[in-house]
Ligand binder design. Structure first.
Ligand code: NAD
Length: 454
């Protein structure tokens, strides 16, 4: 499999991909390793995870550069992802003992009821490329700590990062037959989901997630799907326009808009629409696009080349239907995959730009008359990952956010993930969750013990 730098189009590595027979062998290896791993005391499993953290710290700059070279992420943002990863590992290491300990739920002189948290067994972890350290570690760290073996398939667009992860985990003491990397594209992923695993934990698009859910459903195994979003933000007329514009522009364009929780739609109260648009466009004009290795770069490359066509189509569709293009709108000619930061106003929900996931540096801004209209539009989507509102009025924010169908809601912030809170989606954004203590227990089967003494 060729690994290409999306910023230049240059081939940077060749790696051997796993065919269906190799995937089968890897499954058998993991199945044999899991039993032994589950018997290793949890404190030792946690020690290995602390060792993994030490290796990340030691290799941080190399890892950041690899990530930037293979996905086109600006180098500062690659470093931020690695720093964020350390915080997530710290959370899992601090909370796992408590989340996984045996619980005594009830007792009287004749009866005791207890819950233990049993590992699921062998799980498949099929990952996306946009935040490979985050979306991978949200699964494999708590899964391994809980005693599972993990067959980890990084995205074909983040394979080198996936191989770095495997190397560091193995060096830290996670056995090679317990964390097993599987290399390849969608066909390899499909071969992996055909193995008799005990759970599939997937991060990626709705289209692929739906296929995985269909295949796993027949086998009655645990399935978790962390899918896309069409995340809205609503700016009320009492908001601080400058602060909102700065925060939302970052939420829309960070990671070149290639985040599941990127801001994808903006609704603005009509009375501040023009002021907000002016401030927003000024912010976006300040974003520097260019060599992802340059420290000053904020907008990087589009990781998947075919995605340029998706962005082009959304732009053409919006223009045809009457949207006003204020900035950008085109593919940048030359080597690599580049798309200009793009801002539209005068958009509506007849346009793909406001309904389908864009997953790139493009955004539409729509004026709304009141909170009710804003909530209706925010909920007019198949997705439900995140949603945000900007207003100084806490009561008003709470009222609006309570009505929004989304896994995470934000007041005066956006595009944010916390390891302490569950990460989940509604509708086409997925099922199940990662992070928080729920995201540790999700890799276990709670076993009920009814104990009656003689
Ligand atoms: P994708 O669906 O194209 O690929 C995801 C993974 O699935 C890859 O590893 C791929 O090789 C594999 N795959 C492809 N076809 C398969 C099949 N038939 N069976 C099994 N595996 C298969 O998605 P992507 O382009 O890597 O990621 C972008 C998407 O991920 C966006 O929609 C984004 O919103 C979403 N995402 C969601 C979250 C979240 O937490 N909700 C986080 C990051 C990304």
């Amino acid at each position: 499999m060729k690994i290409t730098n999306p910023a230049t189009g240059a081939v940077i590595a060749n790696v051997a991909a796993d065919n269906a027979a190799a995937v089968r062998r890897k499954y058998e290896v993991a199945r044999a390793g899991q039993d032994r791993w589950a018997k290793v005391p949890i404190r030792k499993r946690l020690d290995a995870m602390a060792g993994f953290r030490d290796r990340i710290v030691a290799m941080q700059e190399t890892l950041a550069r690899t990530l930037t070279h293979e996905v086109g992420k600006p180098i500062r943002q690659s470093r931020n992802e690695l720093n964020g990863l350390l915080g997530r590992i710290d959370f899992f290491v601090a909370e796992s003992l408590r989340a996984l300990r045996e619980e005594k739920i009830y007792s009287d002189p004749k009866l005791e009821e207890r819950i233990t948290h049993e590992p699921l067994g062998v799980i498949a972890n099929i990952s996306a490329w946009n935040y490979p350290y985050f979306v991978g570690s949200n699964v494999f760290v708590p899964a391994l700590v809980a005693g599972n073996a993990v067959l980890y398939k990084p995205s074909e667009f983040a394979t080198l990062t996936g191989l770095h992860i495997a190397e560091m985990l193995h060096e830290a003491g996670i056995p090679r037959d317990v964390f097993v990397p599987v290399v390849g594209d969608g066909a390899t992923g499909a071969a992996l989901t055909r193995q008799p695993v005990d759970g599939v934990f997937f991060t990626g698009s709705y289209a692929t997630g739906a296929k995985i859910a269909a295949s796993a459903g027949r086998r009655m195994i645990k399935v978790q799907l962390e899918l896309g979003g069409k995340d809205p933000v609503y700016v009320c007329e009492d908001a601080d326009v400058q602060a909102a514009a700065a925060g939302i522009a970052d939420g829309a364009f960070y990671n070149t808009g290639q985040s599941c929780c990127s801001v994808e739609r903006i609704y603005v109260h009509e009375s501040i629409h023009d002021a907000f648009v002016a401030a927003f466009v000024a912010e976006v004009k300040g974003f520097r696009m260019g060599d992802p290795m340059d420290e000053a770069t904020y907008i990087g490359a589009i990781t998947r080349r075919p995605h340029l066509d998706v962005l082009k189509k959304q732009v053409a569709d919006a223009r045809k239907k009457g949207a006003k293009l204020l900035l950008g709108g085109s593919v940048v000619r030359g080597k690599g995959n580049w798309f200009e930061p793009t801002v539209f106003t005068d958009v509506d929900h007849s346009m793909a730009l406001m309904k389908d996931e864009s997953f790139g540096p493009i955004i539409g801004i729509e004026a709304v008359a009141d909170d009710e209209a804003a909530v209706d539009l925010m909920n007019d989507t198949e997705y439900g990952l995140t949603a945000a509102v900007y207003t100084p009025d806490a009561k008003r924010a709470r009222k609006i956010l309570a009505k929004v169908r989304a896994g995470s809601v934000y007041w005066n912030c956006c595009d944010r993930v916390s390891p302490r809170l569950p990460w989940s989606g509604v509708g086409h954004s997925g099922i199940g969750l990662t992070l928080s203590t729920y995201g540790i227990q999700t890799f276990t089967r709670p076993k009920a013990w009814h104990l009656r003494g003689a």
